[in-house]
Design a protein around this ligand. Sequence first.
Ligand SMILES: [Zn+2]
Ligand SMILES: [Zn+2]
Length: 417
Amino acid sequence: MGEQYDSDLHLHSQYSGGTSPRMVIREIARGAAKKGLDLVGTGDILHPKWRRHVRRELVEDEYGLLKEPKTGVLFVPTVEVEDERRVHHLIILPSLDHAEELHGELSRYSDDIDAEGRPHLRMTGAELADLLKDHDCLFGPAHAFVPWTSVFKEYDSLRECYGSAMDRVDFVELGLSADSDYADRISELHEYTFLTCSDAHSPYPHRLGREFVRFELEEPSYDVLKAAIRRKPGGRVVLNVGLIPELGKYNRTACARCKRQFELEEAERLNWRCPECGGTIKKGVRDRVLELADLEKPKHPNHRPPYLRIIPLAEIIAKALGLSTITAKKVRAVWNSLVRRFGSEIDVLIETPIEEIAEVDERVAELLKSFREGTVNIRPGGGGEYGKIITEEESEREEPRSRKPVQRTLDELIGRG
Ligand SMILES: [Zn+2]
Ligand SMILES: [Zn+2]
């Protein structure tokens, strides 16, 4: 049995559009360490300047992965690319040399590969998957259900997208608005390992690792990581951790401009045009999954690990203290004392006994407990607006749009304790 590695394999550097200028290796490593992540993707590794920065800042670890010397956080080269149908795919590579080689080959299909961290490629998903047959890498669709840039906004099945290169697909990244209960209602997806990743654009612990995968690896090497994702001996995925899907910003069908939410039939009747403001209505992940689902209920294959639903600690603290913003000084103070005392944000979120958290702050302990038990009330997100945690009273006023997700605790999920 190997050691556990909490891993976030999809994020972006400062060279992708709309990201924080603080997305540099030192800040990512510092944020990852505070969060409690052991392994993160570099993101954007086809970008030449970013690759040079990565080479400069990281050293090769004894098993061949990259390591940030100060924090000991491990990195693996990753990149997200956009194909000609605006579908996003995630690629995980063995080394910077492999990234260099892939950059050379994909340059022929891209005008912005040297300028944009998430390059656009003049090729289809099938052509990309086919080209990758000659490369050692892990490959799969990114945030598979989101309405703007995903495989299922464009196609009704993976086979439709990847065609005869279908066997090149190693995993499906679920995205923030979906979980394995959603995805396992589609039997085509049962054979794939699900990745839960943050797609972070800034290094703060409420972004980085807001979704992550817990791997068990015999050694922290690329080959063992690959074995874990392909479900071969040497490693395995033991846990997917992610946002409660209703908190994702594309969970419900909603107007992209004014955020008003619609039932699917209503949106169809309105021809996807918002009667309130004239904006475009975007199909929510939940409705898209319901369209694609061939199973009445999720049916998890034997290899599927448990899925733990959680949200960033700062958001729990802010809500527990009745503060409207997670950047409030008081939120940061409680966050710091919890993380200093118990090791990392992930430890506080899922491992530390509630009684010990109550010694720091009882209100936070109380709310965290209902999170772990899945009894918190949610106002679902949609149209680009994140969902929110709401009080019992607020939820009674809002029925039936909000609901209580129910989940078992981590100990129950993994049969521990
Ligand atoms: Zn993307
Ligand atoms: Zn609108």
